[in-house]
Design a protein. Sequence first.
Length: 444
Amino acid sequence: MGKEVPGCPVRQGRGARLGDGGLSSIDPTPASDDSRPPHLVLETLVREQRARLVGALARWCGDIQLAEDGFADAVERALATWANGVPRAPESWISTVARNRIRDIVRSAERTRTRPLDTTDPHPSVDLHPDRDDDTLVLMLACVHPSLDRAVHAPLILQVVIGAQTKDIATAFALPQATLAKRLVRAKQKLRANHVFLEMPDGIPHERVDAVLDAIYAAYSIEWLRVAPPAAIDLVTEHAIHASQLLLTAVPNNPEVRGLAALLLYLHSRRNARIKDGVLIPTEQQNPADWDHHLIQVAEDLLRVGLRAQRTTLPGSYELQAAIQSAHASRSRQDGDTPWETIAHFYDALVLITPSKGAAVARAAAIAHATDSPTGLRILAELHENDPTLDAFQPYHATRAALLFDIGAVADAAHSLARAIALCTRAPSRRYLESIQPRTSFSA
């Protein structure tokens, strides 16, 4: 079996995936009498093993785009041929067909390459290295190589590692599809120019780790930024969580890596409570009985290890965000009370090290809960005075509306609420805002 993070709910290595709050796995080399329909076998393989197979092929041929093309061709051929029976080792079948396709492309086309294909190289199949996830990690590190523009890191990881569609990524990042496609092609061309980019470094540079963390979190955050089919959201969510845990196995002593792994698990633990009948339910209004307490406990263990370890640095952005989510999770152990003073203190620290509109507005909301609404409104007014672009920031108006309702300023509250609804891009959030009545509370 592959490496495991102690107590981790998502098994690392072969067949790792996150199900509905528990463990699930698939035998990567099913026998030919597998009772599942061939298209389901293939669908599961693509969902769970794509990154490892593409990574192995890319390391062999030195070209991410070529590896993706070979893999896609192999999947297309499997759709046609597996109807007669699933091969005993589906992964090896896909890898072999992809490798042969890549060889044909290289031989038939005039391509500028950093090196010729070495046909004596070992077969790029994960079956040769069942205890390694290096191929996936190599892809992640390649996607955040310092030679690439930082803005392309997350989109590249989404496409190459997670397998998201270009049109969905473009929607998430508010870019024209053609523009994003060109950026991704240029990034892959730059990586192809030097094959060493697709090798595992002896030690992962700190800046590369930070870039992977940011890209993984951006990938996960897409769930809140766009309307997407449930299957697409599940794909991004599961693979982002798995990627964070995979990075944790590579750099287990990095506090921020632990912080991100814990943060994503806290967030994912509330997936069944977040939306009811198509309406968003804010965290403080959710029923803790609907949370996945196993994931919360694993996240707690990860966070505590990092915070209790001997260290010379203060908690970073992801640790602080995880600590905020831990405080929210504690409501299930504190008679339903949310420790808003603690949350406000964490936000105080977060806005100092990672200033952002979201953190600043959330801090104002937390302080309002811990003290009173007028205090929160004064903080929001100061924020707007220093940053007029908050006029286009939906959480600012939603938070302001709720605090104005609390003090009885109904007309001003209604104006802010209308602005928040107009800026809202997700239907569940819009439905919640439309349901808010005077004297109700809302926090960002």
